[in-house]
Write a protein that binds this ligand. Structure first.
Ligand code: ADP
Length: 830
């Protein structure tokens, strides 16, 4: 609010300044208008002088031929006579004959003037001191210096030839009427020439405001008032007409007067034309500065002042050609300037960058081109200085805008700093003072160097912060996935990428729910519901498993991601409005799930498997204690108790072995071992059991398999289990063969029996814990259904696999495939 106010004040001040400068330039700096007129003349260039206005020049050539000026008047008389013969329309003799010379010469000239009948003579103003010298400088008055009455009477008209220059010494206008201090008024010499040439009656003149009607001509004039040096007196330049100069000096056709006198000019050169006789020789001093002075195209004309007679020629041409310029009234100049100011101000306000510059350039160009057209085509003197001043004066608005933008940048920087405060320590912020925002400062922007330093500093801090957050996210054990409100993944930390085994590029942009459904075993409905809940601001948790490369279990915690918009800053924004996405925290819960599974299994073991032998032991001991039992029977019963206890012990041991392995509590102790020795040991330890069941036990070991890197104890346990099973589940008088051979980089240990085999329907299940064939649970063969799961676990821990083939009639063959060098993965365990 305060900022807007100060900005409005600044804008108003700039407007005020612009308008004031326009007024100053228009009213108090006329030289600027003069300079702009010169520029316009230069732009327009010279045009062709009309052929019917010619100058009879008293030039240097004539002075050489006739002699020093002043000449005897008879010379001029003969020149006039020559002209008279050619019958020109009018003759302007721009020489003031105010004093008498020899009576004879005067008479001849008067006669020549009278003979011609269309001669116009000039009168000049001169300054006189009417009273005593004591009146001082202020006592000067002006009076007409007229031609001698005999000449004046002979002439057709007398006009004033007083051409007064403007403030810059340049002649741009002529007063079409002028009076001396005695209010004796004369029309301009040139106007009289035109009047005579066009036969306009002396009284056919009418003066109006800003307009002088003269015959059929309507000449725009202005009455200009300038204060004089005399206090309280204003000099009024009446009927001022602006001269439209044809070009630089020498533009009009000139004939040397000597040539005329000597008959070297054909009379046709003057017939029906306006002839002006006047001095052009430099030495005669009758020259003035005219607008084309410095800008003429011809090199020779450069810097040459214009002879008075040619100025008269230009005036005559301006009147006859109706070429006089019209100056716009001041109010129009102000309106034009105001339009420029408004247009430029709006351009600055509404546009930026190159558009702004281009439009401002366009405005400037239109001012200049428009002014030029007004000048050259419509003969209007444009208010060029006023418009240019308006344009230039509004430029501070640009500065004002950049100041405002700069200040705004300061505020933004300060806001950024304050948003960092929660993160950066107070000491850090205050240290260099750059980022501490001082509210008490004036409403002026800080320096560019400060801004650069602040941005630099903030960037460093933000980068450090980003790096810090990145490090946190990438060193987390949990996977983090962030999805936007459309459900597309927008961020994944390193762990998440590792979990799903894919790169960031694969993850970003894919649908969060679809991705999880594709990669992990998850309830679609539950997931979609959870995502929706999270987007609504309710956190929810669900579990999923990912089966690659081995089954692992994960918990998925979904919660809403809010934009960090401070409620205090924008209370309008509701919680839902601030929501920008959903964050999923994925933690590995495999261990917990495994533990749960183990607990369930233990419960199962205790409740089913252990209970059976225990019940039987308890029942038998109860009978033995409570009842008198015959010694044979008692012995048999004790035998059963013993075997049940042994079964119980074995079951517990096996289960513990398996659990230890599965939980990773028992690491592999890999050693370089001899396979042949291992098998020999197994055969040895089971030979009595085999003999007991009348089974032949033999081994076939290839010597190439001698070296194997494995956990000797566990591998022995595995082979023993397989051998034990083969013996257990074979009828007497059969053979069990254990063989070992090398197959590529694998060692294959196989145990082949000629037993009962494994039926088709049980093949899938025999590696499950506690699973036993129906046939064997009832047959009384001791077993717990934990042998094959243990073998499988041991083999897989070594990076190998177990396979079997079985026919109900011919027996089964279990084969262990072991890599010669177990993979690091299996060594490390889970
Ligand atoms: P157990 O302690 O019962 O032997 P195992 O896990 O070692 O447990 O074996 C599971 C079941 O697979 C056995 O109960 C048996 O029914 C069947 N089995 C295992 N080995 C053989 C074999 N060589 N021939 C026939 N059946 C077998």
């Amino acid at each position: 609010m305060i900022r807007n106010k100060s900005q409005a004040i600044r804008t108003a001040l700039i407007f005020f300044f612009s308008i004031t400068s326009v007024v100053i330039v228009t009213w108090f700096a006329p030289s600027l208008s003069a300079a702009s007129l010169n520029m316009l003349f230069r732009l327009r260039g010279a045009s062709n002088a009309p052929a019917d206005i010619v100058i009879v020049a008293i030039d240097d050539h004539s002075l050489q031929r006739v002699g020093q000026w002043p000449w005897p008047r008879s010379v001029m008389a003969s020149a006039l006579d020559k002209l008279t013969q050619a019958q020109p329309r009018a003759v302007g003799l721009d020489v003031v004959y105010a004093e008498p010379s020899t009576p004879e010469d005067d008479r001849r000239l008067a006669a020549a003037i009278a003979r011609n009948g269309r001669v116009i003579l000039p009168a000049q103003l001169y300054e006189t001191v009417p009273g005593a010298v004591a009146t001082g400088a202020t006592g000067l008055t002006t009076a007409w210096l007229r031609p001698l009455p005999e000449f004046a009477n002979a002439a057709k008209a007398v006009g004033h030839a007083h051409v007064s220059p403007e403030v810059d010494g340049m002649v741009r206008g002529i007063q079409l009427s002028k009076a001396d201090d005695r209010a004796d008024r004369l029309w301009a010499f040139s106007l009289e020439v035109v009047r005579v040439a066009e036969n306009i009656a002396a009284d056919d003149v009418e003066e109006g405001a800003g307009l002088l009607r003269f015959g059929a001509y309507r000449i725009p004039v202005r009455d200009e008032a300038t204060s004089s040096t005399i206090p309280g007196v204003t000099i009024v330049r009446q009927n001022e007409m602006m001269i439209n100069f044809v070009g630089p000096a020498g533009s009009f056709r000139r004939y040397s007067i000597a040539d005329l006198i000597e008959g070297r000019v054909a009379p046709s050169a003057f017939a029906g034309k306006i002839a002006l006789i006047g001095a052009v020789a430099e030495s005669m001093g009758d020259t003035r500065v005219a607008p084309f002075m410095h800008y003429s195209a011809g090199q020779s004309q450069g810097g040459q002042e214009m002879p008075g007679v040619e100025i008269h020629a230009n005036i005559i041409n301006t009147i006859r050609g109706r070429l006089s310029f019209r100056a716009l009234p001041d109010w129009m100049a102000f309106v034009a300037a105001l339009a420029v100011i408004l247009l430029s101000a709006l351009t600055i306000r509404w546009f930026d960058g190159w558009r702004q510059i281009a439009l401002l350039g366009l405005i400037l160009l239109s001012i200049i081109i428009g002014s030029f057209f007004a000048f050259s085509h419509y003969l209007i003197v444009p208010p060029l200085p006023a418009m240019l001043t308006g344009f230039a004066a509004v430029i501070p608005l640009l500065l004002n805008r950049s100041l405002t933008a700069s200040r705004e940048l300061d505020l933004k920087l300060a806001a950024l700093v304050s948003s960092q405060k929660g993160f950066l320590s107070a000491a850090e912020v205050g240290q260099d003072g750059i980022l501490s925002h001082d509210q008490s400062r004036l409403d002026l922007p800080r320096s560019l160097a400060w801004k650069l330093r602040a941005v630099d500093d903030l960037t460093t801090r933000l980068l450090a912060r980003m790096g810090f957050i990145n490090r946190i996210l990438s060193s987390m054990d949990e996977g983090v996935l962030v999805a936007d409100l459309e459900g597309r993944i927008v961020f994944a930390n390193r762990e998440a990428m590792r979990l799903f085994g894919c790169e960031q590029t694969e993850l970003i942009g894919t649908s969060f729910a679809d991705f999880l459904i594709k990669r992990g075993a998850i309830d679609q409905l539950k997931l979609r519901e959870a995502v929706k809940d999270a987007a609504d601001g309710r956190s929810s948790q669900l579990e999923c498993s990912i089966t690659r490369p081995e089954p692992r279990y994960y918990s998925l915690l979904l919660s809403a991601l809010d934009a960090n918009v401070d409620a205090a800053i924008d209370p309008e924004l509701t919680a839902a409005g601030r929501r920008v996405g959903v964050v999923a925290l994925i933690s590995d819960i495999t261990k917990r799930v495994e533990l749960d599974r183990m607990k369930t299994e233990t419960l199962q073991l205790v409740s089913h498997e252990l209970r059976t032998p225990l019940t039987s032991i308890r029942g038998l001991t109860d009978v033995l204690i409570k009842f008198p039992v015959a010694s044979d029977e008692a012995h048999e019963m004790l035998g059963t108790i013993r075997s049940e206890a042994a079964r119980l012990g074995e079951m517990i041991n096996r289960y513990l072995d398996l659990t230890r392995l599965e939980s990773g509590a028992q690491p592999l102790r890999l050693t370089q071992m001899n396979c042949q020795q291992l098998i020999a040991g197994c055969v040895r330890s089971l030979s009595s059991f085999a003999a007991e069941r009348r089974i032949t036990l033999s081994s076939q070991v290839s010597p190439a398999t001698l070296a194997l890197r494995a956990d000797a104890q566990l591998l022995t346990q595995a082979v023993n289990n397989l051998l034990g099973n083969a013996i257990k589940y074979s009828p007497p008088e059969t053979e069990v063969v254990v063989a070992a051979e090398l197959n590529h980089a694998n060692v294959m240990i196989s145990v082949r029996d000629q037993g009962f085999g494994i039926p088709e329907e049980a093949r899938e299940r025999i590696f499950e814990k506690f699973y036993r064939l129906e046939r064997d649970t009832t047959s009384g063969v001791v077993g717990a259904g934990l042998g094959l799961p243990l073998v499988k676990e041991i083999v897989e821990r070594h990076g190998g696999r177990i396979m079997f083939e079985s026919e109900p009639t011919t027996g089964s063959t279990f084969t262990i495939h072991l890599p010669l060098q177990p993979q690091a993965l299996s060594v490390a365990g889970r």
